[in-house]
Design a protein around this ligand. Sequence first.
Ligand SMILES: Cc1ncc(COP(=O)(O)O)c(C=O)c1O
Length: 367
Amino acid sequence: VDVKPILFNRGIPAAESFGIDNVLRAARDVLGEHGNVLMQYGPSTGFVPLREWLAAWQGVTADQVLLGNGSLQLLDFLCLALLEPGDLVFTEAPTYDRTLTLLRRRGARVVGIPLAADGPELDRLEDEIAKARPKLFYTIPDFQNPAGATCSAPKRRRIAELAEQHDFLIVEDAPYRQLRYRGTEERSLYSIAPGRTIQMSSFSKLIGPGARVGFLIGPVDLLKKIAKLAEDTYICPNNLAHGVAYEWCRRGLLPLQIERLKSLYAPRLDACIGALARHMPEAEATRPEGGFFVSVTLPEGTSTTAVREKARARELQLADGTAFFPNGGGDRFLRLPFCALTPAEIEEGIGRLGETVRELRGAVALA
Ligand SMILES: Cc1ncc(COP(=O)(O)O)c(C=O)c1O
């Protein structure tokens, strides 16, 4: 029998979320009207109308916004601008694995602050600050990748205070912020500490990652420095894609798209939480109110590496849980990105995961 592979390894949007018709119409119209501008080099800071639109949306001025080809490369430029090899950077543990790769490539010393369901453990953060002041604290406060945790309001306020007291910059990575399926929004760190925070976000989870439209919101002088590095790297970001994104936004499609995404993804989150309760009651799962990820702590004695190995035989692909931890650990950590799977696939996938874990525990019990 053919067993259909289930890909629980990548945090990507669902193909059916893309709304190709709207992108097509926006592209045709904007090229018809501004084709000569869009086909030319543009400013290193990005396509001006999109910058202005984003500024209005976020309640800042256009010079507080910097556009780039996705947010990840902007983070790389930020590191290039600010970090010397050996500089100390704090992240959450676990955190987004690509950020860890990029920080290491820039020579940073990375210290992970353990993440609880309501955000980073502040005692640990304060202990680490007392040992040595970081240059940056990279945090994903909303529907964190990979854990699914959202930072509470008191923790946000305290992180902002600590940044002020100890003179470090908060890098607030917020690509999932708009995708809240229930509950109420928390204030952004940027809104609490605008002078100390650089917020990164993108349209990757809203329009589609292929468009590569990302942005930073932050202090003007720092953005200027980053824009210079961007210019020296690629002259300007993808003007054509940014023009299409602008036209798409100008038509008022963003609020509609966010509602569409919520109604597509919320049942997938529920399917994931429900399936975990049914198939893996012994595992400890997070209960996010939005975003792309649920995470699971496997039962004692079950390693994520072994589960991942064994799951392959059941055509279940999982990500390496330990890769999200900057300083080791995560041996029982599993990230489950649910958005690109249908509720039926989620049910099937978590069923296979439960069988895999039981098989392994049986083997352990026998040994
Ligand atoms: C937390 C986080 N930051 C950054 C990115 C990269 O986004 P972009 O496509 O804007 O480069 C992702 C994508 O998965 C992400 O999860």
